[in-house]
Design a protein around this ligand. Structure first.
Ligand SMILES: *[C@@H]1O[C@H](CO)[C@@H](O)[C@H](O)[C@H]1NC(C)=O
Ligand SMILES: *[C@@H]1O[C@H](CO)[C@@H](O)[C@H](O)[C@H]1NC(C)=O
Ligand SMILES: *[C@@H]1O[C@H](CO)[C@@H](O)[C@H](O)[C@H]1NC(C)=O
Ligand SMILES: *[C@@H]1O[C@H](CO)[C@@H](O)[C@H](O)[C@H]1NC(C)=O
Ligand SMILES: *[C@@H]1O[C@H](CO)[C@@H](O)[C@H](O)[C@H]1NC(C)=O
Ligand SMILES: *[C@@H]1O[C@H](CO)[C@@H](O)[C@H](O)[C@H]1NC(C)=O
Ligand SMILES: *[C@@H]1O[C@H](CO)[C@@H](O)[C@H](O)[C@H]1NC(C)=O
Ligand SMILES: *[C@@H]1O[C@H](CO)[C@@H](O)[C@H](O)[C@H]1NC(C)=O
Ligand SMILES: *[C@@H]1O[C@H](CO)[C@@H](O)[C@H](O)[C@H]1NC(C)=O
Ligand SMILES: *[C@@H]1O[C@H](CO)[C@@H](O)[C@H](O)[C@H]1NC(C)=O
Ligand SMILES: *[C@@H]1O[C@H](CO)[C@@H](O)[C@H](O)[C@H]1NC(C)=O
Ligand SMILES: *[C@@H]1O[C@H](CO)[C@@H](O)[C@H](O)[C@H]1NC(C)=O
Length: 503
């Protein structure tokens, strides 16, 4: 993963407002092109242009208020009084404004994702509370609006930052700096050029946490007040053993469908250690996560797997082991055989095999929620897997064996497995399905699928997270089980062959 690519992807929209204003205006008007008579065609609002501000309820353009704006707050208020819907951008810079009360008093909808709002260098601006009631569209489930409030030396943003307004509190990339009081501090790209000491008062970080090439572990204590990180989390090329320096971190908030949680090339990292973390939010998608090239002993606990899964993480790369479980782990069993298995296991570690003659033992699995290992169901006469109704997570970290094998179950006509919410694997995410009842996938009209689908949005995340590569004759091409999937068996066969030859 190229670091700059990662940064650029996560903050690409910041470039929107840096190019020439006329170009930007043209771009905006091309996007919202349905009502040209409701376009504001000027890149500045002043006594010369205000008469061209459309009297429509729904206007598109860029409202620029700057040092050429020779209009009072009252005059601006009048110009905007009809406005209930505005698409494009708002730029307020070098003005003499003291507040933003000139916007229409009733909530107006600001379609801001193609430009955003920039408020900077306004020497007299003291109050921006209007931002609390502004309705940013899109605000949920879509791209974030760029919002930047900089260098307004008299502006105290604490009301805005502390408001429960969803519009402000859901933003992850908002920039506030150089004001009398800012909203949290700025991480992201800027973090790379600053010293960690600058963050010692920081409890909310916008723009994401970026620690690249940091090897001075002493300085990390400056991050110990951080309880809220908004924007992607990215730690690379460090010598950290774990993340315990984020000792108060409670919330992470992302807004992205691509990589947001990245731990890469941290060769001393053996543990995660984020015990206070209680929420990871991403209104757009699973929080895509990479744990890659860490210490060879890097491990996650059973509890960490459960919590990260509940917080809707999706692993794109998972170079991890399972930490040695503690003795008091709730109803933990190690798999030896179905005959030996206890009745009430909730978590099983090991390669679970339900084989010939185990049919009657299958009901022992009725309470199992998590399997750390693989699942093989082979040569049984089971008709269905209804005993797996509770099974919700499978984690397979040991080798590239298929995570699920369903082989030679001649009576199996309903192979639906549990209510699985995640399958996490370190290597391949393969299932082999072969030699079962010829109508095994009649229930899905022939589609090779063990979990079934349902139409809800949450289920889309689930469907993605438990998706398997299905192989085997019941799904397509026959797999030669001996040669491709069991190297030990191959060694054994070659040994027999060798002995045979010698004899
Ligand atoms: C803005 O410009 C377009 C195209 O030049 C024109 O059709 C439209 O009437 C103008 N809008 C206003 C409000 O003047
Ligand atoms: C407005 O501010 C800009 C940037 O500070 C400056 O270059 C320009 O001369 C100013 N214009 C007026 C009319 O004051
Ligand atoms: C802003 O205030 C300064 C002095 O206070 C004044 O010279 C200037 O004309 C004002 N600018 C505008 C656009 O009203
Ligand atoms: C407001 O503007 C957006 C984008 O131009 C448009 O999709 C929406 O229908 C408008 N809403 C109203 C009430 O005019
Ligand atoms: C990190 O270090 C590597 C190798 O020393 C260098 O190529 C890279 O540019 C550095 N990255 C940053 C963000 O400092
Ligand atoms: C976490 O790292 C710190 C040093 O940064 C170390 O003192 C501590 O023992 C580590 N904790 C675990 C569980 O590895
Ligand atoms: C990191 O690991 C290297 C090699 O394993 C070791 O020499 C070094 O002391 C470790 N650094 C820290 C801070 O633990
Ligand atoms: C599953 O199979 C058992 C017998 O093996 C049967 O009693 C039960 O009704 C079946 N359940 C479903 C949902 O088909
Ligand atoms: C499985 O199917 C075979 C024939 O297809 C039948 O003889 C046998 O009784 C079935 N087993 C069960 C448990 O239903
Ligand atoms: C793992 O997956 C890769 C790519 O799908 C495939 O080439 C490889 O043979 C698989 N390995 C095993 C052991 O299944
Ligand atoms: C397969 O499903 C069809 C309907 O989708 C049904 O008519 C048929 O009886 C089923 N066959 C078996 C063997 O269950
Ligand atoms: C299977 O196909 C039948 C008929 O085309 C349809 O009614 C049924 O909903 C389908 N079932 C599934 C699980 O796709």
């Amino acid at each position: 993963m190229n670091f700059w690519h990662f940064i650029i992807c996560s903050t690409f929209f910041l470039s929107f407002a840096t190019s020439d204003l006329d170009e930007d205006l043209k771009r905006i008007l091309d996007i919202y092109n349905d009502n040209p008579e409701c376009h504001f065609n000027y890149t500045e609002i002043s006594s010369k242009t205000v008469k061209f501000f459309p009297k429509c309820p729904s206007v598109a353009g860029i409202i620029v208020i700057n040092n050429n704006t020779d209009l009072s707050s009252k005059q601006l208020e009048k110009a905007f009084s009809k406005l209930s819907n505005f698409s494009g951008g708002i730029l307020i810079e070098n003005s003499n404004l003291t507040d933003l009360s000139f916007f229409p008093p009733k909530v107006f909808k600001f379609y801001c994702d193609n430009y955003g709002m920039f408020i900077r260098n306004n020497e007299f601006l003291t109050n921006a509370d209007y931002l609390i009631q502004l309705s940013y569209i899109p605000y949920a489930g879509a791209r974030e609006c760029p919002l930047s409030i900089e260098n307004n030396p008299r502006l105290d943003l604490s009301e805005v930052c502390n408001s429960q307004s969803y519009t402000v509190t859901e933003l992850t990339e908002m920039t506030t700096k150089g004001n009398l009081v800012n909203c949290g501090c700025q991480g992201g790209e800027e973090m790379l050029s600053s010293s960690l000491q600058d963050f010692s008062d920081c409890s909310i970080m916008y723009g994401g946490l970026n620690l690249i090439n940091v090897t001075d572990t002493e300085s990390l204590s400056a991050l110990s007040n951080l309880h809220d990180i908004r924007g992607s989390f990215n730690i690379q090329n460090s010598n950290f053993q774990n993340l315990s320096f984020l000792s108060k971190l409670e919330n992470m908030c992302f807004r992205s469908e691509s990589l947001v949680f990245n731990l890469q090339n941290n060769l001393n990292m053996t543990r995660l250690e984020l015990p206070t973390l209680r929420s990871i939010q991403n209104p757009l998608w699973l929080s895509i996560t990479i744990f890659e090239n860490l210490h060879p002993d890097f491990c996650l606990t059973i509890d960490e797997f459960k919590r990260l899964t509940e917080m809707w993480i999706g692993f794109q790369k998972l170079d991890a082991k399972l930490c040695e479980p503690s003795a008091d782990e709730y109803r933990l069993c190690r798999f030896v055989s179905m005959a030996d298995l206890l009745n009430n296991c909730v978590t099983i570690i090991g390669k679970v095999v339900i084989g010939e003659g185990d049919d009657d033992h299958a009901t022992k699995l009725m309470r199992v929620k998590n399997i750390f290992g693989t699942l093989t169901i082979q040569n049984t006469q089971l008709k269905n897997f209804s005993f797996f109704d509770q099974l919700s997570m499978i984690v397979h970290l040991e080798d590239s064996d298929p995570v699920i094998k369903i082989l030679g179950n001649k009576n199996l006509t309903y192979p639906k497995i549990g209510s699985i919410s995640a399958i996490h694997t370190r290597f391949n995410k393969t299932a082999i399905i072969q030699d079962n009842h010829p109508k095994i996938f009649n229930w899905t009209n022939g589609t090779c699928e063990l979990f079934g689908n349902s139409p809800y949005k949450m289920d889309l995340l689930v469907t993605y997270r438990r998706m398997l590569d299905y192989v085997g004759e019941d799904c397509g091409a026959r797999v030669d089980l001996l040669s491709s999937f069991d190297p030990r068996m191959m060694t054994f066969i070659s040994l027999i062959a060798l002995l045979w030859f010698l004899v």
